[in-house]
Design a protein around this ligand. Structure first.
Ligand SMILES: C[S@@+](CC[C@H](N)C(=O)[O-])C[C@H]1O[C@@H](n2cnc3c(N)ncnc32)[C@H](O)[C@@H]1O
Length: 307
């Protein structure tokens, strides 16, 4: 009960963008207060707009999704396998189309995202389509404060443009392990760390971002990755590149065993300007000579072998 009250206050403080120093003497309830840093504030403002733009725009094809089309690609469908009856936790679920696609396949799904707008849309879609899904509005790093379900999930899933929004992968790995049952697995399909080092606006494959840097990367591009011509009010975001060793070690040190790592020459979004979409809905370079030059994506499965 105390914890709930604490969490509500914390959420309110986040909304109001109030900063209260850790260790407030006046109110013991506020002793441990999470405050939203400027990077998160900027990203949240952008994602709240992007969620609405994506739900209203063409790229996410909401009408065909509502009519029954899955948003999942053959890759993750095959690599995750049968989810019927499985409890699946979807981290950074955006406005829920992948989450609800897993629900249609019989998974008992919980999607989480820090964008209140994305979660509102996801909840209303779940109700409209009468799909059994729970959506939680929370920053991923605060999830253990609001979701009391340690060891409850068979599968933790995340995909396509998720980890680059997170500054630190060590707590991310611990959160994944925290929610998995022993024997349960984590699956991720994501942009390749090497791909993220290249200038995304150039067709020349020029390295622009240092592979090993831990500094936030500021992006002031207009539009979104899916709706490139839309004008947003907020255009500044911050992201982080993570090396393969950071990704692997955050999972291994949390008690997971890597089952596989697959590297792919295609991407789920137009990560460079000169790409075309295939029948599998993945994008590849138009120029055949570029098609096997660099990896664009990876997929990874890791099992919780410890209790
Ligand atoms: C590119 S989307 C994930 C892609 C998803 N597969 C899709 O396209 O539907 C990234 C998501 O991460 C969420 N996000 C970013 N930072 C977050 C954080 N700190 N905690 C939780 N969610 C976060 C954003 O709101 C956004 O919905």
């Amino acid at each position: 009960m105390h914890l709930r009250a604490h969490v509500l206050i914390v959420d309110f403080l986040d909304e109001a963008h109030l900063l209260v120093a850790e260790g407030s003497a006046r109110c013991p309830l506020l002793r441990k207060v999470y405050f939203m840093d400027d990077y998160t504030k900027a990203n949240l403002a952008w994602w709240n707009e992007a969620a609405i733009v994506h739900a209203l725009g063409d790229a996410y094809e909401l009408a065909s999704f509502k009519a029954g089309k899955t948003k999942l690609h053959p890759l993750e469908l095959e690599e995750v396998g049968n989810v019927a009856g499985k409890r699946l936790l979807h981290l950074q679920c955006h406005f829920g189309l992948d989450t609800l696609s897993w629900a249609r396949l019989g998974a008992k799904v919980t999607g989480i995202d820090f964008s209140d707008k994305a979660i509102e849309i996801a909840q209303s879609l779940g109700q409209e389509l009468k799909l059994d899904a729970t959506f939680i509005h929370t920053d991923i790093y605060k999830l253990p404060d609001v979701l009391d379900a340690a060891g409850d999930f068979d599968i933790v899933f995340t995909s396509y443009g998720a980890v680059g929004w997170l500054p630190d992968l060590q707590p991310w790995g611990r959160i994944i392990a925290h929610y998995l049952k022993p024997g349960g697995f984590f699956y991720i399909a994501e942009g390749h760390p090497f791909m993220w080092t290249f200038d995304e606006k150039s067709t020349d494959l020029k390295i622009l971002y240092p592979y090993f840097s831990k500094e936030p990367i500021k992006d002031e591009s207009e539009g979104t990755y899916a709706e490139k011509s839309v004008k947003l009010v907020h255009n500044t975001t911050y992201g982080w590149n993570h090396t393969f060793s950071e990704i692997f070690n955050s999972l291994i040190s949390a008690g997971l065993t890597i089952d596989f790592l697959h590297e792919h020459p295609f991407c789920a979004w137009e990560c460079f300007p000169d790409m075309e979409e295939g029948e599998d809905r993945f994008l590849r370079f138009k120029d055949p000579a570029k098609r096997d030059l660099i990896p664009l994506m990876y997929s990874l499965k890791a099992t919780k072998t410890t209790t």
